[in-house]
Design a protein around this ligand. Structure first.
Ligand SMILES: [Zn+2]
Length: 147
């Protein structure tokens, strides 16, 4: 039975998440299960929170992609209107995720980190520097988990 053999991550309800898998499941199957879990939860959070930030920044709802990124939390392509969000944000404080949403959406209006950009961010999220500092103090990713 394939379904029983595949790995799955669930919320245990005691502040923990639980990995269900056969004892001999390969590392890649476990990692895939964690990725799917984090992706689903991050996607739900983004879908829920994007509209209010789009409204605050007066931009259209963009196309959002969740991706594994090695060097940054998010990116924005103003030409295509597409925003990439780092999958690792699923493990970070929610206010920090909102900061990245606001930051990338602000790029739809101002391309570079100019004084205009800073002023725009200040107007919608006055304490963004605090969230940025928290993110910068956290590791981007743990690449060498052992299960
Ligand atoms: Zn930026």
């Amino acid at each position: 039975m394939k379904a029983q053999r595949s790995a799955k991550v669930t919320i245990a309800g005691n502040g923990r998440i639980k990995l269900h898998c056969p004892g001999d499941a390969p590392y890649s199957a476990k990692q895939k299960a964690f990725d799917a879990f984090y992706r689903q939860h991050l996607n739900e959070f983004l879908q829920h929170n994007l509209p209010k930030w789009c409204q605050a920044l007066n931009v259209d709802l963009p196309e959002i992609r969740i991706q594994r990124m090695r060097t940054k939390w998010g990116s924005c392509n103003p030409k295509t209107g597409r925003i990439m969000i780092n999958l690792e944000l699923a493990k970070k404080p929610l206010r920090c995720v909102e900061y990245i949403i606001a930051h990338e959406l602000a790029h739809l209006r101002v391309r570079h980190h100019s004084s205009e950009f800073i002023a725009l961010l200040d107007s919608v999220l006055p304490d963004w520097r605090h969230h940025k500092d928290i993110l910068n103090s956290l590791p981007l990713a743990y690449d060498e988990w052992t299960y």
